[in-house]
Design a protein around this ligand. Structure first.
Ligand SMILES: Nc1nc2c(ncn2[C@@H]2O[C@H](COP(=O)(O)OP(=O)(O)OP(=O)(O)O)[C@@H](O)[C@H]2O)c(=O)[nH]1
Ligand SMILES: [Mg+2]
Length: 465
């Protein structure tokens, strides 16, 4: 007697608990299948590179092109962040001029009384009281602010990034702090705020309550009896120093010797609009503004009929520990290199050249087993700044084997491109594009070519074409 399939069907009892379980299982199985199918059709793009190379700016361009742009909230957030960065950047120029021995017109009240007053206003401004930290990003903004602008944190950043405490010379730092506080309130302001923030941070850790952080900050602001200047007074002071103080300009041209926001000149050029408390940032402002990425953000786009998931990773050393979590199932890696930073040092460790760091990073990634079958796209970014810089700063000073002419941007870019391509030990395909990530017009073409390329590559890989 053989087994034959019965054609007899039993009427399903809706109240049968086994039937309910089976239905639930089927539904789960079905949605898993759909998810798998969706993932198979989805392109996963990973943006990697050192800090400040321009990864998030590339992502912003994708948002402009394929997601209808920025929200009102983002525009308000950048207004606050840029206003704070603009004030701090001018303070940095004044302080660094002193460290570099550059004579400032604003130091001489007899010959330049107006600039002297302007300097005093900028240095006395308590930046955190001029912004709404809540709108600027809450505790993330405050933590980043402290990390960026406190000199004490310069040493901490290095220790965090290298694990080496020794290289930091506290005597040296003490001397620097003393010099800087000679005629200004600015550094004590930052340090005082840092102490405040530390206290507040403690509260925050205990309660995990952001609102309390901000409320306490406002409390402290009320207790502070020092004169606060209006936004317009501060903006006019920054404008005067930027436009009329020869020493400030000279110091700005040496900003590769210290840490200054890459878009500082844009902030100063437009300072009057950023001073308006109700100012809502334009697309261009947001592209020029900087908010450091912490962790990895995931962003979904529909490009034509293809779904893209773009992962934007924070590039500073402390952020890179998190990268490995996103290495699986990547369709293509876009490595962003800031070409203009061949004469600058890392924010995390001011003994390390930024280009050297990127070379080391690229070599590790391009030869990593995680990406043995993953195409790489190399963005030689910040070419606008590079073209300007090569005219004044010889590449050979930082890369002695460079043979090209001084001021020859094409030769310079080819030189760096060759170095990067030579690191590819597995002969995997690497596509190179020269980019200015802040320029929407050119990025439109670059990104469209890149997404097409990724789709084609993926089709080839899956044997469809
Ligand atoms: N002039 C110019 N500025 C650029 C370009 N690309 C990026 N920037 C600026 O460089 C700064 C840093 O850019 P981000 O996109 O935040 O850098 P990132 O790689 O995301 O940095 P992390 O999040 O720290 O890893 C911003 O102020 C940008 O406006 C460029 O091609 N030209
Ligand atoms: Mg970023």
């Amino acid at each position: 007697m053989g087994c034959t399939a019965s054609t007899h069907t039993i009427a399903e009892d809706e109240n049968d608990p086994f039937l309910q379980i089976r239905k639930a299982n089927d539904a789960i199985e079905h949605s898993l299948q759909l998810e798998k199918q969706r993932e198979k059709n989805e392109m996963k793009l990973l943006l990697l590179g050192a800090g400040e190379s321009g990864k998030s700016t590339v992502l912003k361009q994708l948002k402009l092109l394929h997601q209808g742009g920025f929200s009102h909230q983002e525009r308000l957030q950048y207004s606050q962040v840029i206003w704070a960065d603009a004030i701090q950047s001018m303070k940095i120029l004044i302080i660094q001029a002193r460290k570099l021995g550059i004579k400032l017109d604003c130091d001489n009240p007899t010959t330049h009384n107006e600039l002297f007053q302007a300097k005093s206003i900028v240095l006395k401004t308590q930046t955190l009281q001029m912004v709404d930290a809540n709108v600027a990003g809450g505790s993330d903004f405050l933590n980043d602010y402290v990390l960026k602008y406190s000199e004490r944190h310069e040493a901490k950043r290095r220790v965090q990034s290298t694990g080496q405490a020794k290289a930091f010379d506290p005597e040296n730092e003490k001397q620097t702090l003393q010099e800087n506080s000679k005629d200004m309130d600015s550094l004590p302001e930052t340090d005082e705020k840092m102490a405040n923030l530390k206290d507040i941070s403690k509260d925050l850790n205990e309660t995990g309550n952001d609102q309390m952080f901000i409320e306490k900050k406002h409390d402290n602001a009320r207790k502070d009896s020092r004169k606060q200047y209006s936004n317009i007074e501060i903006a006019h002071s920054i404008k005067a120093l930027w436009e009329n103080d020869k020493g400030i300009r000279q110091c700005f041209h040496r900003s590769n010797e210290f840490q200054l926001e890459g878009s500082a000149s844009y902030y100063f050029d437009n300072i009057l609009k950023f001073a308006d408390q109700n100012y809502v940032c334009t697309d261009e402002d947001i592209l020029k503004g900087r908010i450091k990425t912490t962790g990895i953000t995931e962003n979904d786009f529909n490009i034509g009929s293809t779904k893209f998931k773009v992962l934007d990773a924070g590039g500073q050393r402390s952020e890179r520990k998190k990268w490995i979590h996103s290495f699986q199932g990547i369709t293509a890696v876009i490595f962003v290199l800031a070409t203009s930073e061949y004469d600058q040092m890392l924010f995390e460790d001011e003994r390390v050249n930024r280009m050297h760091e990127s070379i080391m990073l690229f070599e590790t990634l391009v030869n990593s087993k995680w990406f043995s079958n993953t195409p790489f796209i190399l963005f030689l970014n910040k070419i606008d700044l590079f073209e300007e810089k090569v005219k004044k700063t010889p590449i050979r000073k930082y890369f002695p084997d460079y043979q090209g002419r001084i001021g020859d941007a094409e030769a310079g870019l080819s030189y760096f491109e060759k170095i990067f391509l030579s690191l590819n030990r597995n002969n995997k395909p690497i596509y190179v594009r020269r980019t200015c990530a802040t320029d929407t017009q050119t990025m439109k073409f670059v990104l469209s070519a890149v997404t097409d390329l990724i789709i084609q590559q993926n089709l080839k890989k899956s044997g469809i074409i």
